[in-house]
Design a protein around this ligand. Structure first.
Ligand code: PGA
Length: 264
């Protein structure tokens, strides 16, 4: 892991093309003075905004992601988006199995696994999202659920491939307007559970996989969360959708990341 601050946002089903472009232009402008060695930002907008977004981010230090992707390259899959189509519009990162995909659209670990394989085959960075529900947590099953999601989601991946993967830990109960942010202690503990699951699968290569925390990250809790040893970055929803606020958060986080010891 490096000293680079890894932060990004998924704009979910918000922001049309114009709003996405305005947001990206501001974000790039506000953060332009921060050296690339210190910061990696990524933005995952709506599909319809990707082509324009790709034009705007040229020459900037911003990576572009897609919120979902089909595991097949082409075929009779009405309503799905092919990895080839995402390549065409300059996407770098594929968000896989976000909590809303799992719970509203019933995506399971097997689908997530197929998408991880496809994303790697096309040279994307798969961002695999995992997280337990409130019921899992109350039943004392959080660790089991996370271990299973990691194991099944990354089934058949080699240690070499694992070096290209990012993980987001997003407890379901912490996400969105009704979410309660996880305490830094709790999140730090679950990141450790995920880290162990990754090193069990990939040996030392499992230490190279960034694990980002997401779920009601805001200006008040971001620094404390990032200061936890196994929290390698932040995946932010609502608090990042205003470019000015996101920039303020990034500025507050940079020194925290710089002070963290470089792990393994
Ligand atoms: P939130 O969203 O920060 O608005 O809770 C997080 C996410 O869904 O990634």
């Amino acid at each position: 892991m490096t000293h680079k601050l890894l932060v990004g946002t998924n704009t979910k089903m918000y922001k049309n093309i114009r709003q996405t472009c305005e947001y990206l232009e501001k974000l790039i402008d506000f953060t332009a003075d921060i050296p690339n060695e210190q910061l990696q930002i990524f933005v995952i907008p709506s599909f319809t905004a990707l082509a324009e977004a790709d034009r705007i981010i040229q020459g900037s230090n911003l990576l572009l992601g897609a919120q979902n992707m089909c595991w097949e390259d082409e075929g009779q899959f009405t309503g799905e988006i092919s990895p080839l189509m995402l390549k065409e519009v300059g996407v770098n990162i594929i968000e896989i199995a976000h909590s809303e995909r799992r719970h509203i659209f019933h995506e399971d670990d097997a689908m997530a696994n197929r998408k991880v394989h496809t994303a790697l085959r096309h040279g994307f960075t798969p961002l695999l999202c995992v997280g337990e529900t409130l019921e899992d947590k109350n039943a004392g099953q959080s660790d089991n659920v996370l271990q299973t999601q990691i194991k099944k989601g990354l089934d058949g991946i080699s240690p070499e491939e694992a070096g290209h993967i990012w993980i987001a830990y997003e407890p379901v109960w912490a996400i969105g307007v009704n979410g309660l942010p996880a305490s830094s202690a709790y999140a730090g503990e679950k990141h450790q559970t995920i880290r162990t699951a990754l090193t069990d699968l990939f040996g030392n290569q499992g230490n190279a996989i960034p694990i980002l925390y997401g779920g009601s990250v805001n200006n008040q809790n971001a620094a404390e969360l990032l200061s936890m040893p196994e929290i390698n970055g932040l995946f932010i929803g609502r608090s990042a959708w205003d470019a000015e606020n996101f920039n303020a958060m990034i500025r507050a986080l940079l020194p925290i990341q710089q002070e963290k010891p470089i792990s393994k």
